[in-house]
Write a protein that binds this ligand. Structure first.
Ligand SMILES: Cc1cc2nc3c(=O)[nH]c(=O)nc-3n(C[C@H](O)[C@H](O)[C@H](O)COP(=O)(O)O)c2cc1C
Length: 276
């Protein structure tokens, strides 16, 4: 990357905006020791165009208004009624590729994606998640564990867990597809286990943005915490998903087309906000 080229006017906007303060135009040090390659320097440079490496363009022509975004947020819903229509690998690849602008801590960009569209494997993930979590609930929330949980976490915590267990087991009994909802694709977000970084947060930010992007593409989506939870307890399931041993699964997103449309936008609780 040639930051200080023949057109450079030494305005030093790049130096001032660099989040790691390692840029020094006078000494032509444009890639300091702590550079995170966020390219704020290129984004702010008045001389760079799309002909330069890493620059996509200089036009900011999106026409989304705040009102549009508010509507989009209200319209997005978790979908649990997927059509069996498959979703192409091309579309999924393009979706994930376009999502690369989602921010990551220190611009780490360490997230990796596994996309499962194989029907038999999706069914296996559904069934293994139900059996793994049913076992976990039965083992960890019982009259034997009650005194321990009540002592260390409080009686309320135990009652909460008991309720959760009841809800899960009841749902599993009458809806055998309660995990994957017959979705045609599952995106798993994982990264190599390394100290430092904030991959879990990166993955969750990715999820938030992806669900809005999916809505705009008229794709149905549902974030799935159960699968992530089950993988933490079931190494075989992780293997079956072909997630490398030295990787941590952070998040899962079911994606496809919806059978139904939601008619109404509904309200949420007013956030509790403290101004200090
Ligand atoms: C971190 C997280 C985990 C979730 N896990 C599941 C899940 O395992 N199964 C499911 O059906 N929905 C899951 N959801 C969806 C929530 O239940 C849903 O967001 C919530 O009910 C609000 O509804 P909405 O998304 O339609 O606005 C999850 C959502 C989040 C944010």
């Amino acid at each position: 990357m040639e930051l200080v080229d023949k057109d450079c006017k030494r305005c030093k906007k790049c130096e001032r905006i660099c989040p790691t303060n390692t840029l020094n135009i006078d000494s032509k040090n444009t890639h300091g020791d702590y550079c995170i390659e966020c390219y704020h320097c290129l984004a702010v440079c008045p001389n760079k165009t799309e002909n330069d490496e890493h620059v996509l363009g200089s036009n900011f022509q999106y026409s989304i208004q705040p009102y549009d975004f508010e509507q989009l947020m209200q319209q997005r819903r978790s979908n649990r009624d997927f059509s069996s229509k498959p979703i192409s690998n091309e579309l999924l690849s393009e979706f994930i590729n376009n999502m690369r602008f989602s921010p990551t801590a220190s611009n780490a960009q360490k997230l990796e994606f596994t996309v499962i569209t194989n029907k038999a494997l999706l069914q296996l993930i559904n069934d293994s998640t139900i059996s793994t979590l049913s076992k976990t609930f039965k083992k960890s929330v019982s009259p034997i564990t009650k005194p321990l949980i009540s002592t260390f976490l409080g009686r309320k915590a135990y009652t909460g867990l008991e309720k959760l267990k009841g809800k899960f087991l009841k749902k599993a009994a009458f809806d055998p597809n309660m995990i994957c909802y017959n979705a045609p694709a599952l995106i798993l977000i994982h990264s190599k286990k390394t100290p430092g970084g904030m991959p879990l947060q990166d993955a969750n930010i990715w999820l938030g943005m992806a669900t809005l992007y999916a809505e705009l593409l008229e794709l149905a989506s549902c974030i799935n915490g159960y699968i992530v939870n089950a993988v933490q307890r079931n190494k075989t399931l992780k293997k079956q998903m072909q997630i490398p041993d030295d990787h941590q699964l952070h998040a899962a997103l079911l994606i496809g087309r919806s059978k139904k449309k939601f008619n109404n936008r509904v309200d949420r609780k007013t956030p509790q906000v403290n101004f200090i």
